[in-house]
Design a protein around this ligand. Structure first.
Ligand SMILES: *Cc1c(COP(=O)(O)O)cnc(C)c1O
Length: 426
């Protein structure tokens, strides 16, 4: 791709894109807005509007309690089956329940209990802070008998596999990693790392929040033990949509999660006084499923399945490569640095850029001067802007416009219109 790529060329790439028609399956009320935050909150599928309305009016409004036996109670499993198709798992290995942080807690606790003689938990410095907090809390809860080791990043962008290998040893119970880092988009080789962890007899728990629906994930063929992931990012499940969890089939009976709730019971409607875990994946459930959120999520997952993760990945790499080409040509000269791996094999579906004025630059993208497009990306402290590529609906033209707008804002110092103060949610 040439650095002289002009807008017309970006439009030609869109015209040749076989996935382009899928964009029209999303609500696009503000067509001129350049939306590059699908890695944070996916767009609203049109079918989710009708599914939600039906769930509310017909389900909740008319069927009422009868709805439980008309699909509601099975929704965590049936949606799990669909998500299994996105992450390369078997149908009975994925369940939708609670949220990513809570599922991480449940699975990490179960894994530690299954490795009682081992005291070390390994994670890395690029992992999502909530994942780190969950592990810190778990160590405290278990009486501070575990050691939490965080593998540092040498460049703030990647984790060297040799550094990870050096941290995992015969005392390691569990390794918890994000497949794709939320900050730099660094992408692990899931199969190779799983093998490395298994070689030491430890268990591995993958957080797939930034890879499910964006990057091929092969849980079954890699032999991964455990995983969790978010559904409101590349799976377009909607704000606060429940998370999914994966437990390899042969571990399901062996592992016991610590939140005993009635829906994890072997027979929830026997109303027995003593807890007895279900013999299968169901034991990882806790509570009544959030039915409206589950039904709203389904169309987003269906769209990913329809497109196919491999085709989405191919387009994502093409679009990210265009962004990198433009960033090299236009942004590096004005002091914007790449903060993601350059090699697409090591990069997920967003691109992070770094600049000391990132916060104010992002404000200027959001609140443009007249005539300029609104660009929605996101800022991550202290100095990063993440541009998320969601190939189900992101266009090449949007990628071009975002790079062009960034160049204008930085070169003209237009961001100086804004104060450096930040609100609570960035
Ligand atoms: C988005 C994300 C989460 C979200 O956690 P919640 O508990 O759903 O708020 C967790 N982990 C990673 C790596 C994420 O990117």
């Amino acid at each position: 791709m040439s650095a002289s790529c002009d807008l017309a060329e970006a439009r030609r790439l869109d015209a040749a894109d076989e996935l382009a028609p899928l964009r029209e399956r999303f609500v696009l009320d503000e067509r001129d807005v350049v939306y590059l935050a699908g890695n944070s909150l996916g767009r609203l599928p049109r079918a989710a509007v009708t599914a939600t309305e039906r769930a509310v009016r017909e389900g909740w409004g008319r069927r009422l309690i009868r709805g439980w036996n008309e699909g509601w109670i099975d929704a965590p499993r049936s949606l799990g089956e669909k998500i299994a198709g996105v992450v390369g798992a078997r149908a009975d290995e994925v369940l939708v329940a609670e949220t990513t942080s809570i599922d991480l807690f449940k699975l990490a606790a179960a894994a530690l209990a299954a490795r009682p003689g081992r005291r070390r938990i390994v994670t890395d410095a690029l992992n999502f802070p909530s994942d780190l907090y969950v592990l810190q809390g778990l160590v405290r809860l278990l009486g501070d008998r575990h050691e939490l080791v965080s593998v540092p990043s040498r460049d703030g962008v990647t984790i060297a596999e040799v550094d990870l290998a050096a941290a995992v040893d015969a005392t390691t119970a569990l390794v918890v990693l994000s497949h794709v880092s939320f900050i730099s988009a660094f992408l692990y080789d899931l199969a190779r790392v799983t093998e490395l962890v298994h070689h030491c007899g430890a268990l591995v728990l993958w957080d797939l929040s930034h890879s499910a629906g964006a990057v091929p994930v092969e849980l079954e063929s890699s032999g991964a033990d455990l995983a969790v992931g978010c559904t409101y990012k590349y799976l377009n499940g909607g704000p606060g949509a429940p998370a999914f969890l994966y437990v390899r089939r042969d571990l399901q009976r062996e592992l016991e999660q610590p939140l005993f709730g009635w829906l994890g019971h072997a027979e929830p409607f026997a109303f027995e006084a003593a807890y007895r875990p279900a013999p299968d994946l169901k034991r990882f459930c806790v509570s009544t499923p959030p039915v409206l959120s589950l039904l709203a999520m389904e169309p987003g997952v269906d769209l990913v399945l329809e497109a196919g993760v491999d085709r989405l990945r191919t387009k994502s790499v093409e679009q990210s490569e265009l962004l990198l080409t433009l960033a090299d040509a236009w942004l590096a000269p004005v002091g914007v640095e790449l903060a993601s791996p350059r090699d697409p094999e090591q990069r997920g579906s967003h691109v992070a850029l770094r600049h000391p004025e990132a916060w104010r630059i992002n404000r200027a993208l959001l609140e443009p001067t007249p005539g300029a497009p609104t660009v929605i990306a996101d800022f991550r402290a202290p100095d990063a802007i993440r541009l998320g590529i969601a190939p189900l609906y992101t266009t090449f033209q949007e990628v071009w416009l975002a790079a062009d707008r960034l160049r204008q804002v930085v070169a003209s110092r237009e961001y100086e219109r804004f104060s450096a103060e930040r609100p609570l949610v960035t």
